[in-house]
Design a protein around this ligand. Structure first.
Ligand code: MOS
Length: 741
């Protein structure tokens, strides 16, 4: 019953998910609810000149047609959650006649049934004075700017330089200097964004898909000018999100507007198409990486310059170049990050945000360098393994990159690789093997949690966290069960309500560290509270002992050094006349962050086959080996990582949102033409973990896994494609036409 942490338990919510018992946002149908459908702008920039509301208001079932002409003026009070851009102002939906990007909501139609709402929305005529938007960054690099957030003193994305990288590059014996272009991508979780809004006077309940329910609560309260406690957000299950449900997008506001205007609950579900332009995307990035090395393979210069797109009204920034500062030892390093505002909706975090794109460029360049040097790519990384984080000038709290390469090379059979490009074949097929490093910061955000001991001997844990799929329900139950010394089935963990103790966003790979630490603190606090009650209770076997003189063992409270049975939680709670509760918070010790550089690392291997006649690329094997601290549940952790690797395969070979240059319209905003990997695209894929004990990172010793799993996959595949074919492709996704060129 103890040592539950580290056990490969199956998902405790698995049965609910496969039997339909798990309720997602759109499942919370309310009595008397109406249906709202968004009308999306069919201009990419300009002004709305006319809304033909009268013609559709008379259509069957239509209750309301709401546009900027009749929508309530909302407060849009100041609120910046940790996931909202620090600079700029969110879209004020239906507040004016301006069109800022293609697909921006310009009206909502509310009807008695979804069918009626869809018919009326399709019939609504909207006229525009349209202008041509600028949506393609190609050729605009000169207009890229330093982020305003950086100008105002933000350090995270600031230019960094040590030594003289340009001079060192000029005099390097061997060099690589190349450019990389990664397509805009859209998150495509199975569950679409959905909100059901219901007002009761000036109180609003939202059943809404969210990775961050307390932020959604605060955001909607600010937009409507309500006290925060008047808004309740409920979201027990999230059907995948990958970052698209971190922010609260305009459809949540629209659902709340509609429900208030028609005086009944309203359900609003985005179409798959609408998820391509109103709920964020991975920004297109353009990068340059230049490497200089001595003949022996030692890096002498590393330059990484990157530009990411953002919207005109908000400044989205991400850590595009930061890994280049510390992944390798190098005396001369220069990194530079710029943004380019375009006529688009604001991008957002998408799994491995920043790092996935930046590491692609760096790791492809390192691979190119290995061929120029004639040094094995793993050996080249070993040669340049740093002792410390040379960018931060701090030791790593732990770093297992080389251990990951060693374990991976062995398991993958790297020694069987003939280093010569285009030298390995399987019949007609060209075979390639590639590797790349992965890295993502081990973040930790403040969180709180509530622990409650019940007279029946069970415990309840409540946190306003989310579980978008990685297994948070299970892993958090494990942390609580182990801390309390209870069997896992006696612990009931609940999340996804904004009236639970606040948690940070379910993102940035920090949930295990942050929420896990808070749960551990709450469990310890409730044990203390129970002990205080017991030692003061004449009926307790520990009556009269001091709180320090008792201890918990396997869910029972005993006097220290006494082998008597002691008293179980349930009996203490029963004696107390009801549940015993404690609320606790946890955050990172600021000294630790000052002293150590904390990141997870990994080595990713790919074997691909290219058909030289038709140009198809198949991933035959993929292996990720990660050093991510303590693994709370190896089964779910491996599942989490293989899922991220699948995302990396999509990034490498399939995913690309294509915009029509004339109006900014995504031309492939549907699952037939926006390609994502399906089962047939995924062959032999495995994730494993090296033993890594990190005594510094946090009390649980966990680093987080969600993002790093996507980070190294795309460069490993691009490097394998080069090995197979001798063709170096620096544009993602790599396409059939690249193989035939
Ligand atoms: Mo993840 S991009 O932080 O949901």
């Amino acid at each position: 019953m103890t040592n539950v942490i580290g056990k490969p338990l199956p998902r405790i919510d698995g049965r609910a998910k496969v039997t339909g018992g798990a309720r997602y946002a759109a499942d919370f149908n309310q009595k008397g609810q109406a249906y709202a459908v968004i009308v999306s702008a069919t201009a990419g920039l300009g002004r709305i000149t006319e809304i033909g509301a009268d013609a559709v208001s008379a259509m069957p079932g239509v209750i309301a047609v709401i546009s900027h002409l009749n929508a309530p003026r909302l407060v849009y009070g100041e609120h910046k959650g940790s996931i909202d851009p620090a600079i700029g102002e969110r879209l004020h939906v239906l507040q004016d006649d301006q069109v800022r990007f293609w697909g921006q909501p310009v009206a909502i139609v509310v009807a008695d049934t979804l069918d009626h709402a869809e018919r009326a929305a399709a019939a609504l005529r909207v006229a525009y004075a349209a202008e041509r938007p600028v949506v393609d960054p190609t050729g605009l690099l000169a207009s890229a700017v330093v982020p305003e957030a950086t100008r105002r003193g933000g350090r995270a994305h600031a230019d960094a330089e040590r030594g003289d990288a340009d001079a060192a590059l000029a005099s390097a014996a061997v060099k690589v200097d190349e450019s990389y272009d990664i397509a805009r991508e859209n998150h495509n979780p199975m569950e679409p964004h959905a909100t059901i809004a219901a007002w009761d006077g000036d109180r609003l309940t939202l059943w809404s898909k969210s990775q961050y329910v307390v932020n959604e609560q605060a955001e909607i309260a600010a937009i409507f000018g309500l006290p925060v406690e008047n808004v309740q957000v409920i979201c027990p299950f999230v059907g995948g999100a990958f970052g698209t449900s971190l922010r609260t997008w305009s459809h949540v506001t629209l659902a709340a507007i509609a429900a208030r205007e028609v005086g009944r609950p309203v359900k609003l579900v985005l179409t798959r198409k609408q998820m391509f332009f109103t709920t964020g995307h991975r920004p297109r990035t353009l990068q340059r990486v230049a490497l200089g090395a001595a003949r022996d393979g030692k890096l002498t210069s590393l330059i990484h310059e990157g530009v990411g797109e953002t919207s005109r009204y908000e400044e989205f920034i991400e850590a595009l170049t930061s890994v280049s500062g510390f992944l390798y030892s190098c005396p001369n390093v220069r990194t530079r990050y710029r943004i380019l505002p375009l006529d688009t909706g604001t991008p957002t975090y998408m799994r491995g945000p920043g790092e996935a794109s930046g590491v692609f460029a760096l790791e492809c360049a390192v691979d190119e360098l290995s061929y120029k040097l004639g040094i094995d790519p793993i050996e080249l990384r070993r040669l340049n393994e740093p002792e410390i984080d040379e960018a931060a000038d701090k030791p790593f709290s732990s770093r297992s990159l080389i251990k990951c390469y060693d374990a991976g090379a062995e398991r993958f059979g790297w020694s069987k690789r003939d280093p010569k490009p285009r030298s390995m074949r399987d019949g007609r097929l060209l075979i390639g093997m590639g590797v790349a490093s992965a890295s993502y910061p081990a973040f930790h955000a403040p969180s709180s949690a509530l622990a409650r001991l019940l007279p029946d001997g069970t415990a309840e844990i409540e946190v306003a966290a989310s579980d978008m799929g990685p297994g948070t329900y299970t892993s958090m139950t494990q942390v609580a069960a182990e801390t309390l010394g209870l069997p896992i089935e006696n612990v009931h963990f609940s999340l996804g309500r904004s009236d639970f103790p606040p948690a940070p966003s379910h993102g940035g790979s920090w949930t295990m560290a942050s929420v896990g630490s808070a749960i551990r603190a709450a469990c310890n606090a409730v044990q203390e509270e129970a002990a205080r009650r017991a030692v003061a209770d004449q009926r307790s076997p520990v009556f009269g002992a001091s709180v320090d003189g008792v201890m918990w063992e396997e869910g029972r409270l005993r006097r220290r050094g006494d082998t008597a049975a002691g008293q179980a939680y349930g009996d203490i709670a029963a004696s107390a006349g009801g549940p015993i509760e404690a609320n606790a918070s946890a955050s990172r010790d600021p000294d630790i962050a000052d002293r150590y550089s904390m990141h997870a690392f990994g080595a990713v291997f790919a074997e691909i086959a290219v058909d030289p006649d038709v140009g198809t690329i198949r991933v035959r094997r993929a292996l990720g080996i990660y050093g991510a601290g303590r693994i709370v549940n190896p089964r779910l952790a491996a599942s989490q990582c293989t899922g991220g690797m699948v995302g990396g395969i999509g990034m490498a070979l399939m995913e690309r949102t294509v915009l029509d240059q004339r109006d900014g319209r995504p031309v492939n905003a549907h699952m037939a033409d926006y390609l994502v990997p399906v089962n047939l695209d995924i062959a032999d894929i495995e994730a494993h973990f090296v033993d890594e004990v990190d005594p510094h990172v946090n009390a649980l010793g966990v680093k987080g896994l969600g993002e790093i799993a996507l980070v190294g996959m795309a460069p490993a595949i691009a490097n394998a494609v080069f090995h197979a074919t001798g063709k170096r492709v620096r544009t993602l996704p790599i396409r059939i036409e690249d193989m035939l060129a």
